[in-house]
Write a new protein. Sequence first.
Length: 323
Amino acid sequence: MSEKTPAKDSPPKDSDSRITLIGTGTIGLSFAAFHLAHLAHPSQLTIYDTRPDVAGYVRAELPKYFPAETQSSLPSIDFSSINIAASLPTAVQNATIVQESGPENAPFKTSLWAEVEKHAPKDALFWSSTSGIPASQQSAQMAEPGRVLVVHPYNPPHVMPLLELVPSPSTPRGVIRRTESFWEERGRVPVRLRKEVTGFVANRLAFALLREAVHLVDQGVVSVREVDQIVQSSMGPRWAVAGPFKSYHAGGGPGGLEGFFENIGGTVQGCWDELGTPRVGGGWEERIFKEANEAYGVVDVGERDRVTRRVLRVLEEERGGKE
């Protein structure tokens, strides 16, 4: 059943948006690059951070988040037109969207949102890029706690399509709808989680694989580099096309997912029974960290982003812009 969305539930248009970003770490600058690519003018973007010389830092670092193939067009983006706010009240006073990417510290975020609420417009959207602190905890000191919505990106957000929207039990449907519409209109894939859960979904899936990878290396089955070769040569390309359920549903042939489990369910259960349970601080770190450093040194994230964009372009072409 279709539902006509009231005007008050509509996100601000690009020409009307006034976006304030709090925090200039890698996630904050990545979001800045994304928003600049869609806003009508850089002056619609405001950045607030307590680091020294934030204006110089932004001008030096932000251009690096644009793909190499568009470097020639960068002069058309006047980075000096971005508003650098001297105080939090000034930063949010006219915002239609306030998006924070500050430290992963619950007291910091709880205090921040209570202060933002005092100075931001009553209809502004409040988004947190947290990797694991639920909105219900961040908004504990607010008069209207339902205003904060977790909008968790997959790094780097200026490249990756996914945004996990994680409302608290008090988040109004209108806030969720406006947020969904904003990202969908800009070609992103917002997925609404039905309840708050530690680490959300994307990280829980990724960390489950990481846990088993650590276990297998720690047990001497494979090396760090060999684990990565296995993933990059098998499930990595497959999962770019189909997630785990669709993949194994296809693997079951005419019987689908049920047929898959009928065929090799015993092997699946055997693996589940033997999954490793390494613990952070359990003694494996020194060896595996050393091996990772020897294998990769400092990773070229520019290459990562460039190749990822090409993969995403191919997928978009194959799907015709639709799932």
